[in-house]
Ligand binder design. Sequence first.
Ligand code: SF4
Length: 241
Amino acid sequence: MKKAKLVSVINKLSGFYGIPFNRETNSPGILEILIGTKLSQNTTDKSSFRAYTNLRERFPSWEDVCEADTEEIKECIKVCGLAKTKSENIKKMLTEMKNNYGNLDLSFLKKYDDENIYEELLKYDGIGVKTISCVLMFAMQRDAFPVDTHVHRVLNRLGIVSANTAEKTFEKTKDIIPKGRKYELHSNLIKFGRNICKAKNPLCGACFLYSECGFIDKKIYSKSSAGKKTGNNNFIILENI
Ligand code: SF4
């Protein structure tokens, strides 16, 4: 039942946003995804993309970032906010990885299965299940399903899952999504969550998933959002680095 509803939602989202295709060539490396994810915390994807680009232009390699002063890293990424914390976290992660592996080439992880990659990367502070799922999806083209705040909120409002944390939503959905459709669902749920099913004041009056939705307040928000235009905030940093 939930699976049938989920498939219907996937199809309607793709009908509205199209089917995004994951890159098979020129995909980013594992560190690119880990650092892009860290930069994108608590800010917009456009700001974090500017910070990421500044960092890449200033430092030719991740080894150089690892050797740099935290202040230098902070200066590069200040455009995305929380620069002090993010620069310290990036430096700490790179230093620990270099100590553990002897260098910053993480491509050996591509030989591991998903479970072993989760196990290995969860050893690092600040790397959680969502971030590792992003690594699997964007750097390795695996059929993973990162659950961020938008994905978690929308799947719960729709009634596809009932879970009070993103981690529980991840556990409940990862095995019911049809094979090969996780990337499509992840990408389109983020766009839908940013532009229509927003955290505050969802645009239920303009929602093409209204008939599928189990959100208890959808009638109230339908009235308050009637006639409002949906947004067009579709830039996702991990699709662009
Ligand atoms: S009807 Fe409202 S709460 Fe339900 S999915 Fe649409 S925007 Fe979100």
